[in-house]
Design a protein around this ligand. Structure first.
Ligand code: B12
Length: 396
C-alpha cells in the first residue's frame, strides 16, 4: 500500500494501517478505503469492507485474491482492480474525485515498471527486523503449477531501471534490506548490473531466487560483494517426480547438494522453500527432506503444505478431480490446514508430517548438525535458529 500511495495526488491525505502492527479502526473518517490481501485473509478483508460500507464509505479492493477471484470480490466492494494497478490506479483516483469512476478496472497487459515510483516510506510501519523492503523486478518466467505469481503476472518478467532501484535501496536508513522480488535470478544479466549498483551502499540484503542463481558463480560473487547475506531458494521438493509433476522439473534434485555448497562458498546463507503434499509424495518425503537439509547444512527453511490457490493450474486440476475439501479461504494458509485430498496420504498425515518436519528442523540436534556442516553467517543464523526453535516450543 505504501507503493500505491505514491501514486495519489499530492493534495490527498493517505492514512496507511498495517494490521501486522495495529488494528483497523472502522470509525476512521475517510472518503475512500483501499484494501489489499492474500487469499487466506479474504474473509477478514470482506468483513472490513462491510464495516466501512455500512458507514457509507466506498471500498476498493485489489491484490492477489481479487485478481484471482474477481467476481467473488466484486460482491464485497464498490470498486475492484483486476491485475496490476500502475496504469489504471492514478486514473481511478481522478475519476473517483470527479464522481465518475467505474466498478471494475482490468489491467489487460502487465505494465512496464520503467516509471515505478519509490514507495511512501513515511507510511511504512512494520518493525520486522528489516531496514526496508522494495522490489527491483516483478514476475517470474516459470509456470510452476502451484504458484499464484505465474497467474497474477502472466509469467511476464518486468524490471525497474537499475539506477531507480539503487536510489530507493540507498534511501532506507536501515542496514538490512529485503528485495521482495519473485525471482531475483530471472534475468541474470540484469541482476549482475543491479548488484554492482547496490554494492556502494554497504548494506546487507536478501531475496528470493530460483536454483539458477546457484549455477552462476559470477552472479553469486557479485551478489556477495554487494551485501547479499541470504538467498531464499525455491527447492520445493527432494522428490524429482514431484517436481516434474508440478512443472518445476528444472529443479534437479541430483544437483541440490552442489547448488547449496556453491552458494555457501560465496559466504551466502541458504533458506529453502519446501512444499509437502504433491501427488508423488509418499509419507517418506518428510524424513527424506530433513535428511537432505541436514546433510547439506541448510541454514533456514520455510515449510509449506501444498495449497491450491484459486486460479492456479493446480486448483483447476484438483477441482476437476473432486479433491478440493473446502473453499473456506481462511484455511488456505499453507501452515495450519490441509484443504485438498492428497494422493498418497490422508490430510491428517500430511499435516502431521509438516509439523514433524518443522519440529525436526528446529530440534537442537538438527540445528547443531546443520550449522556445524556450514557455519556461513553463524553470528546471525545461530540466534535466528534458536529463536525459531524456542518459538516452536511455545506454540501449541
Ligand atoms: C512480501 C510478500 C509477503 C510478506 C508480506 C510482507 C509485507 N510487509 O507486506 C509475508 C512474508 C508476510 C507474506 C506472507 C504470506 N504470503 Co506472500 N508474498 C509476498 C510477495 C513476495 C510480494 C508482495 C508484494 O509486496 N508485492 C508488490 C506489490 C506491488 O505487488 P502486488 O501485491 O501484486 O500489487 C500490485 C497489484 O496486485 C495491485 N494491487 C495489490 N493490492 C492492491 C490493492 C488495491 C486497493 C489496488 C487498487 C490494487 C492492488 O497493484 C499493485 C501494483 O500493480 C508476493 C509475491 C508477489 N509478487 O506479489 C507473495 C504472495 C503475495 N504471497 C503469497 C502467500 C501464499 C503468502 C502466505 C499465505 C504464505 C504462508 N503460507 O504463510 C502468507 C499469507 C499472509 C497473510 N495472512 O495474508 C502468495 C499469494 C497467493 C494468494 N492467492 O493469495 C504470493 C503471490 C506468492 C506466490 N508465489 O504465490 N507474503
Amino acid at each position: 500500500m505504501p507503493y500505491l500511495a505514491a501514486f495519489a495526488p499530492p493534495d490527498w491525505t493517505v492514512l496507511h494501517v498495517d494490521e501486522a502492527v495495529r488494528a483497523v479502526d472502522l470509525a476512521t473518517r475517510a472518503d475512500l478505503v483501499a484494501i489489499t490481501f492474500h487469499t487466506p485473509s479474504a474473509p477478514h478483508a470482506y468483513d472490513l469492507a462491510a464495516g466501512f460500507r455500512q458507514r457509507g464509505i466506498p471500498v476498493v479492493l485489489g491484490g492477489p485474491h481479487v485478481t484471482l477471484m474477481p467476481d467473488e470480490a466484486q460482491a464485497h466492494a464498490d470498486v475492484i482492480f483486476i491485475g496490476e494497478a500502475e496504469s489504471d490506479w492514478p486514473q481511478f483516483l481522478r475519476d473517483f474525485a470527479a464522481g465518475r469512476h467505474r466498478r471494475r478496472y482490468i489491467a489487460a497487459e502487465p505494465p512496464t515498471l520503467e516509471q515505478a515510483p519509490m514507495s511512501r516510506k513515511d507510511l511504512f510501519h512494520r518493525r520486522d527486523h528489516t531496514g526496508g523492503v522494495l522490489f527491483a523486478t516483478r514476475g517470474c518466467v516459470h509456470r510452476c503449477d502451484f504458484c499464484s505469481v505465474a497467474v497474477m503476472y502472466q509469467s511476464r518478467l518486468r524490471k525497474r531501471p537499475v539506477e531507480a532501484v539503487a536510489e530507493e535501496y540507498g534511501s532506507f536508513p536501515g542496514k538490512v534490506i529485503i528485495l521482495w522480488d519473485d525471482n531475483i535470478a530471472s534475468d541474470l544479466k540484469y541482476a549482475k548490473t543491479l548488484f554492482s549498483a547496490l554494492a556502494p551502499h554497504g548494506k546487507w540484503w536478501s531475496s528470493q531466487a530460483s536454483i539458477h542463481a546457484a549455477q552462476d558463480d559470477e552472479f553469486l560473487e557479485l551478489a556477495a560483494r554487494s551485501g547479499c547475506k541470504q538467498l531464499f531458494i525455491g527447492l520445493e521438493s527432494v522428490s524429482q517426480a514431484s517436481l516434474d509433476g508440478a512443472r518445476k522439473g528444472f529443479n534437479r534434485v541430483a544437483d541440490y547438494t552442489r547448488a547449496v555448497e556453491r552458494i555457501h562458498s560465496h559466504g551466502i546463507a541458504v533458506q529453502v522453500g519446501i512444499v509437502f503434499g504433491f501427488d508423488q509424495d509418499t509419507p517418506a518425503v518428510f524424513n527424506d527432506t530433513l535428511d537432505f537439509l541436514e546433510a547439506a547444512g541448510v541454514q533456514n527453511a520455510t515449510f509449506n503444505i501444498l495449497t491450491p490457490f484459486p486460479g492456479t493450474r493446480l486448483y483447476h486440476r484438483l477441482e476437476a478431480e473432486g479433491r478440493i475439501l473446502t473453499r473456506d479461504w481462511s484455511k488456505y494458509n499453507g501452515r495450519a490446514d490441509v484443504v485438498f485430498q492428497p494422493q498418497q496420504m490422508s490430510p491428517e498425515e500430511l499435516l502431521a508430517g509438516y509439523r514433524h518436519a518443522n519440529r525436526r528442523f528446529y530440534s537442537w540436534s538438527s540445528v547443531r548438525r546443520r550449522l556445524s556442516r556450514s557455519p556461513v553467517g553463524l553470528f546471525w543464523t545461530l540466534p535466528l535458529n534458536v529463536a525459531y526453535a524456542l518459538a516452536l516450543r511455545r506454540s501449541p
